[in-house]
Design a protein around this ligand. Structure first.
Ligand SMILES: Nc1ncnc2c1ncn2[C@@H]1O[C@H](COP(=O)(O)OP(=O)(O)OP(=O)(O)O)[C@@H](O)[C@H]1O
Ligand code: SF4
Ligand SMILES: [Mg+2]
Length: 318
């Protein structure tokens, strides 16, 4: 946990535009479009949505790897921006455990480096802090002395969590932290994440394609579609009684190829991006953008949806 009292994380209408190629005058794509989301101290919010919807980009923006084109990110009232000291209060755990470590550095030294860079604790105490962090994630000093390739994927994700915790963050962005792991160790790592949240009070933005994992871990779930949040609520509400047609489709596991037709992220914003695929479309859906309302829905037809045919119950995790 942070030295300072934990503070809410407020993502306020964050947009991010990027050029699709380095050529002059290439179209700019709005990869994140006025994303607003607040995390309470200690809260775990799941971020789900199909591939390419912008989940990783939002995570990278939160930890200062991208500067928003519009909007702001605030932690306890202070604005976060790339390079600001407060950025250390947000850390990230990446999807690919092996790729996130320098192959020539012992993993204990990788965690120590995070302490050195951010000047956490007196230098003479940092060795003990590293040991305590390894113990916290269920590893020993013997593991700390190994190089990344000598650890399993699950062990490396434990080290990644220890490294993220080293700066005593208020929030961790965990980007699909178990998707590259063997099924047999996934539940162990999810349990560790949950225990760490309970013990340290660190909040999490948990990015996942695994709806069962989101249901197991998260206090709330946000559904992202083409850079916009279209639904937000408790796991029971969002996954059990989805109200947005896109969420219903996601929960049902019915694939939708959004690549048919022009990508709406390159064009007019004053429309619901889901309109081309929506069977409930109204005339106004192609002319106005539905805002995310106070009930957590961005849709002009707020009636509850009938059960999706073929929707299966989400299996419970151990
Ligand atoms: N550096 C970049 N330059 C240009 N476009 C990018 C860049 N990074 C991501 N994109 C585009 O932004 C969109 C969102 O990508 P992102 O990786 O955030 O999606 P995602 O939701 O994390 O997908 P996945 O579930 O596959 O991990 C995609 O269309 C991607 O091609
Ligand atoms: S706003 Fe309109 S097009 Fe968009 S999901 Fe709702 S009903 Fe469908
Ligand atoms: Mg991603």
């Amino acid at each position: 946990m942070s030295d300072c009292p934990s503070a809410p994380l407020v993502i306020d209408r964050v947009s991010l535009e990027m050029s699709l190629a380095s050529r002059w005058r290439t179209p700019r794509m709005r990869i994140l479009d006025a994303v607003s989301l607040s995390l309470a101290p200690g809260e775990i919010v799941g971020l789900v949505g199909e591939s390419g919807s912008g989940k990783t980009t939002l995570g990278l923006t939160l930890v200062g790897r991208h500067r928003p084109t519009h909007g702001s990110i605030q932690l306890g009232g202070s604005a976060l921006a790339p390079g600001t000291p407060a950025q250390r209060r947000l850390q990230m755990v990446f999807q690919d455990p092996l790729a996130s470590f320098n192959p020539r550095r012992r993993v204990g030294d990788a965690v120590r480096l995070a302490l050195d860079v951010h000047r956490i604790g007196p230098p003479s105490a940092r060795g003990d802090i590293v040991q305590a962090l390894f113990a916290q994630v269920g590893l020993s000093s013997e593991h700390a002395a190994r190089f990344p390739h000598a650890l399993s994927g699950g062990q490396l994700q434990r080290v990644a969590l220890a490294r993220a915790l080293a700066t005593r963050p208020d929030y961790i962005v965990a980007d699909e932290p178990v998707s590259k792991l063997d099924v047999s160790v996934r539940a162990q790592i999810l349990n560790l994440v949950r225990r760490t949240n309970a013990e340290t009070g660190v909040g999490l933005l948990f990015i996942t394609h695994d709806l069962a994992a989101a249901q197991f871990l998260c206090h709330r779930i946000a559904v992202m579609y083409l850079g916009r949040i279209v639904e937000l609520g408790t796991p029971d509400a969002v996954l059990g009684r989805p109200r947005h047609p896109y969420t219903a489709r996601l929960v049902a596991g019915t694939a939708y190829d959004g690549s048919a037709g022009a990508d709406p992220r390159l064009g007019a914003r004053e429309a619901c991006f889901y309109a081309p695929a929506c069977t409930r479309r109204l005339p106004r859906c192609t002319q106005e953008r539905p805002p995310l309302d106070e009930t957590g829905l961005a849709c002009f037809r707020p009636e509850e949806l009938p059960p999706e045919p073929g929707r299966e119950a989400i299996p419970a995790l151990a």
